[in-house]
Design a protein around this ligand. Structure first.
Ligand SMILES: Cc1cc2nc3c(=O)[nH]c(=O)nc-3n(C[C@H](O)[C@H](O)[C@H](O)COP(=O)(O)OP(=O)(O)OC[C@H]3O[C@@H](n4cnc5c(N)ncnc54)[C@H](O)[C@@H]3O)c2cc1C
Length: 388
């Protein structure tokens, strides 16, 4: 339960209500089982598609709702209140779609985006490789133009969310190694393209309902027009994609933090020790108070950042990184605190907070670790202040 009124429009409130209903009726009842059995949440994604939420951030001309970052953040927060694994799966489809929206030609957008907007097809985004994590410039996957009309891709992408489940993949590959950062380009690869297969499926600490898998390209042939934007603009597209998607990861932190706080307060009111509910002890109240402060502060920052992005601001790397760090560090801390407030119960799988604690950790790692975000923020500050 949030205590601050953010003066949502009718449309925004409707997005929250629809996402909340799916979360309460579909996600929360199934999350423990999907997590335990590491099952991809196909049915729930279909429910989200039926509610028309896959197209929230997609322009109307490509079959979307025509909303923006704020609409996405509102929906993601609700889904994450239920399960960060399922919310990650939904968010990763947007992550895979952004490069097409940012850099794709009208023809390529018309080919792929309406299916993603309708939730008929899911997308995935592939940057990471075995030797290229934080240092994306270390990618080894190559794309070579063969006979002038087909790209041939070779290499392996690692830890790709929705890998093996999505039908549409946006991939960055080296097209001219000599050109350094301007030597990489982005492509769309489809499930079933010749030479494209799936490798190792990961077993994870948390977000177990989400699929994380290797993508293998062995002389994978795709038509020439599957390149996104001009040759050499791959890293530009990647950076812009991550700028747009990081507030979404931040909102997963807000949703998880809210859920952990809710569980902790309800438990503390019911658990009686020394003849009183444990919430009557000031030590417990202070933990809960700090949790509430941090959740609300993070929510305010994420909403403000999303609205700033929707205002048309272009230079958003610092702000996007700041809200990702704030809300995901908060989520980790608040989840650990919730386990503490529940005591031994919090450690048991029967209660949802142990899963929240496992799930929270990934938010500080994927889409750029929080150390890398701090580098981005620090470098931006250095630049800003050297202008004065
Ligand atoms: C579950 C999961 C899902 C993922 N989904 C996707 C996906 O869909 N698509 C995709 O492309 N990738 C995905 N990733 C990859 C993810 O984005 C990377 O794991 C992340 O960027 C960090 O890279 P790394 O794990 O190789 O860590 P490393 O780069 O090896 O870093 C190790 C440690 O060193 C620190 N470090 C490294 N360099 C610096 C530096 N310059 N300054 C300060 N600290 C530094 C890091 O913060 C970290 O603590 C996923 C990862 C996981 C675990």
């Amino acid at each position: 339960m949030s205590c601050v009124d953010y003066f949502l429009s009718e449309e925004q409130q409707m997005i929250v209500d629809v996402a909340r209903q799916i979360t309460d009726e579909k996600i929360i009842p199934q999350r423990a089982e999907l997590d335990e059995s590491e099952t991809f949440p196909t049915e729930i994604l279909n429910d989200i598609a039926q509610a028309d939420l896959f197209g929230l951030y997609i322009p109307e001309e490509y079959g979307g709702f025509g909303g923006g970052s704020f609409d996405m953040v509102l929906a993601l927060e609700q889904f994450a209140r239920g399960c960060v694994g399922i919310a990650t799966t939904f968010a990763a489809s947007a992550l895979g779609a952004y490069p097409i929206i940012i850099s794709g030609s009208d023809e390529i957008k018309q080919k792929y985006i309406p299916d993603i907007a309708a939730g008929r097809k899911w997308a995935a985004f592939a940057l990471t490789e075995a030797n290229a994590g934080s240092d994306a410039s270390g990618i080894q996957t190559t794309a070579v133009l063969d006979d002038g009309d087909e790209w041939v891709l070779n290499g392996t992408k690692q830890w790709i969310t929705n890998g093996g489940e999505a039908q549409i993949y946006t991939i960055i590959a080296i097209t001219d190694r000599k050109k350094g950062p301007r030597g990489a380009s982005m492509f769309v690869v489809e499930d079933g393209d010749p030479g494209f297969s799936y490798g190792k499926k990961e077993k994870k600490l948390g977000i177990r309902a989400s699929a994380t898998r290797e993508l293998v390209f062995q002389d994978c042939r795709i038509p020439k027009n599957r390149m996104l934007g001009r040759q050499g603009t791959g890293f530009f597209t990647v950076m812009r994609t991550l700028d747009l998607s990081r507030p979404g990861i931040a909102s997963l932190g807000v949703g998880l933090g809210q859920a952990a706080l809710d569980e902790a307060v309800v438990h503390a009111k019911h658990r009686v020790q020394f003849g009183k509910p444990v919430i009557s002890f000031q030590a417990v109240q202070h933990i809960l108070a700090d949790m509430a402060i941090q959740v609300e502060a993070s929510r305010a920052m994420v909403y403000a950042t999303a609205r700033y992005i929707d205002s048309g601001a272009r230079n958003i790397s610092k702000e996007s990184s700041m809200c990702k760090v704030m809300a995901t560090d908060m989520a980790m801390k608040v989840a650990v605190d919730a386990v503490q407030v529940l005591g031994g119960h919090g450690y048991m799988r029967e209660y949802p907070v142990e899963k929240m604690m496992r799930d929270a950790k990934i938010l500080q790692i994927y889409e750029g670790t929080n150390q890398i975000q701090r580098n981005v923020i620090g470098q931006a500050l250095n630049k800003e202040y050297s202008r004065n």
